[in-house]
Design a protein around this ligand. Structure first.
Ligand SMILES: [Zn+2]
Length: 172
């Protein structure tokens, strides 16, 4: 399995506190066919291959949700003390954002309830608790991008369904 080399010196250190959580799907930048499909095999290695091809320092998301043997598993990709690079997102938002991607292409597949559940319980809810965020701070990439026709995280991804799970697993 190809693994990216760790080069934190090439990453930008976060200087401001987190105010936004932004949701993506990996199909938008990692075009290896295997990493576009939602299936039961561990697919992060294909994402890493794409990172190598793009000559990036690391995966351009802080977390990626993969599906392995029938369930969704969050993987830490870019440590969140570093920023991700999104030129289509206002720096006032991006410099304060954590980026989470679901592995696959949700222009073609409807996200299952379990994906929203894992996303909320394992990743989003701990972060909103840690940074004292209101759920209104959770955004889809298409809603904060300057690109007019961007669909990310996919036509079938619904923010309302994620917010419903976030409210279900709120940490009091
Ligand atoms: Zn995106």
């Amino acid at each position: 399995m190809a693994l990216i080399q760790l080069k934190p010196s090439l990453l930008t250190v976060r200087r401001q506190t987190v105010k936004w959580i932004i949701i993506h799907h990996t199909a938008e930048i990692y075009e290896n066919p295997a990493s576009k499909i939602d299936n039961n095999n561990y697919q992060m290695s294909y994402v890493y291959n794409s990172v190598l091809e793009l000559k990036d320092a690391d995966v351009n998301y802080h977390f990626v949700i993969d599906k392995i043997k029938g369930d969704y598993i969050p993987v830490v990709t870019r440590p969140f003390v570093y920023l991700c690079d999104w030129e289509d997102i206002d720096p006032n938002i991006n410099n304060r954002a954590i980026h989470i991607a679901v592995l696959g292409d949700y222009d073609f597949k409807i996200p299952p309830a379990r994906l929203y559940e894992i996303l909320a319980y394992r990743v989003v809810n701990p972060l909103i608790r840690l940074f004292a965020l209101n759920p209104s701070r959770i955004k889809l990439h298409r809603d904060v991008s300057s690109e007019e026709y961007l669909a990310c995280p996919g036509e079938f991804f619904e923010l309302d369904r994620l917010i419903a799970q976030v409210r279900r697993f709120v940490v009091k």
